[in-house]
Design a binder for this molecule. Structure first.
Ligand SMILES: [Fe+2]
Length: 178
C-alpha cells in the first residue's frame, strides 16, 4: 500500500520549484528508467521512482554574469546532500512511511559520487537503480537539465507511471499470497 503517489509529490510546490530548476523532463525520465530497472531487479519500484523523480531536487543555480559556471559547480556543488535533506522533509510532510522516506533520501544522497572523496562506495540495490536510471538519461554538457516539457504532458507521464506502479505492486502482492 503506497502512502504517497508520484502525482502528489509532483504537484507539490516544493517539487515544482526545485525540480523545475534542474529539469522536469529529466526527472520524469529518470523516474521512468528507475521503474524499469527496479522491476527487472526485484527492487521496490515505488521507492525507486520517487527517488528518481526527486534525485536532483537539491540543485543550486551556479550562475555568474548570466551564464552557468560549470567549473564553479564542479568545485562547490553539494546538490545530492541538499537534495537528500529536501526530499526527506518533503516526503515526511506528505505522509510517507518513515522507513521509506529514509531509504529514498539515502538513494538521493548517493545517486552521484561527483561530490565525494575518491573511494569505493557499496551501494544498496535501490541506490544502484537510481544511479543507473540517472546515468541512462544524462547528455553531454549537462544538456539533460535543459530539456523542456509542458505541464500536461509531464502530468500525464507521472499519472501513467503511478498506474504502472500500482499495477505492479498489486500483481506482486497477489503472487505472494497465492
Ligand atoms: Fe540527474
Amino acid at each position: 500500500m503506497r502512502k504517497v503517489t508520484l502525482e502528489e509529490l509532483f504537484n507539490h510546490p516544493i517539487v515544482q520549484k526545485y525540480v523545475g530548476r534542474s529539469g522536469v523532463a529529466h526527472a520524469i525520465s529518470v523516474a521512468e528508467n528507475a521503474f524499469e530497472i527496479a522491476a527487472e531487479t526485484g527492487v521496490n519500484p515505488d521507492l525507486a521512482t520517487k527517488a528518481g523523480l526527486l534525485h536532483d531536487i537539491g540543485h543550486y543555480t551556479w550562475y555568474e554574469n548570466g551564464e552557468w559556471n560549470y567549473q564553479m559547480y564542479q568545485e562547490n556543488d553539494i546538490h545530492a546532500i541538499k537534495g537528500a535533506a529536501r526530499a526527506h522533509k518533503l516526503l515526511v510532510r506528505c505522509g510517507e512511511d518513515l522507513q521509506h522516506a529514509k531509504a529514498i533520501a539515502l538513494a538521493v544522497l548517493l545517486h552521484t559520487d561527483s561530490y565525494l572523496p575518491e573511494g569505493q562506495l557499496q551501494l544498496s540495490p535501490l541506490q544502484r537503480v537510481v544511479a543507473k536510471a540517472d546515468e541512462a538519461d544524462e547528455e553531454p554538457g549537462g544538456k539533460h537539465h535543459y530539456r523542456q516539457i509542458d505541464y500536461p504532458t509531464a502530468l500525464d507521464r507521472i499519472q501513467k507511471l503511478d498506474a504502472k506502479i500500482n499495477h505492479f505492486m498489486v500483481t506482486v502482492e497477489l503472487e505472494q499470497t497465492c
